[in-house]
Design a protein around this ligand. Sequence first.
Ligand SMILES: *Cc1c(COP(=O)(O)O)cnc(C)c1O
Length: 364
Amino acid sequence: MPVPLFDTETLLAPLRPRILERISDVVAGGQFVLGPEVAAFESEFAASLGVAHVIGVANGTDALAIALRALGVAPGDDVVVPAFTFYATAEAVADIGARPVFCDVDFGTRNVTLETVRAALTPRTTAIVAVDLFGVPAPIPQLRAQLGLPVLEDAAQAAGAWLDGRRAGALGDAATFSFYPSKNLPCFGDGGAIATDDDALAEVARSLRFHGSRDKLTFDRVGYNSRLDEIQAAVLRVLLAELDGWTEGRRAAAGAYRQAGLGELVALPVVPEAASPSWHLYTVTHPRADELLQTLAAAGVQARGYYRVPLHAQPAMAPFVADQAPLPATDRLAAQNVALPISPVLGAAAAREVVAAIADATSQ
Ligand SMILES: *Cc1c(COP(=O)(O)O)cnc(C)c1O
């Protein structure tokens, strides 16, 4: 049987009647942007994260740009960003006129470390962006305690994850989420959010998402039109209630892979002690990753290599990398990672099938 990389259809099918009813309520109510559904979602998501404020915005990329500005990052500042992540993490830094300074990651966890961030600090560094890559929380409390700089947590892949008794999204000075349909907490289009405990930061972010205005009459800042809409918020309220159950399913799927002997065939991701990942992607490594992908595709297993061209090698980032230090773990991960199918409903049988296909491929 073919195994898809993501499986959202199976998840959403039983929820469809309830979701359609909620969408129908929004249509009947006639309010479509920043209304009661958004306000209710913001307070429900904040309560579940254990933070004081959630601000819904149009997508995860805007969330990053708005949060960086709300943290006080200004044009000309340097911001440390991992080189191994989705492009938007660095794009948002450049978009607000700051310079992304790329740091390496740990090969096992795929995340920044105290050492890799420290190596990228400059006299102009005013903030650090740490990504909870693939749903594994980055060591953000340690960065905050040791470096004395604000840390923005890019939690786009980490809804449902925990670190040391705290939710991903509650680890940084502020955090950002994406609700893009393939993410762990999805909506039916684009959506995003900023989460923070900081009242002043929340107020700036709230104004920036609406053209830099607090009252819709006076415009204090040049901001954005970046709003979460009522239909997406209504969908998110239904799906938020499923998130923890879905995350358990993803962890069970990762466990099934390990139980089926995956670790004897390829190198598994390393999970830091005290971390409970949300496994947005379950990404293994192999020296001949692209050959492995080809064989898996022929066997009907939809796997994929992520971020094959890391950020410091992307054409648009060329102006920022003139004196780039080598990033050996990033380069190796970019070449060798293989994301395997994962979803809350990927059962033990599918996991065994994928592992058997990998065993075939790696014995050739
Ligand atoms: C998806 C993603 C984003 C961007 O979110 P959008 O909603 O697509 O703008 C940013 N950072 C990371 C790590 C992501 O995975």
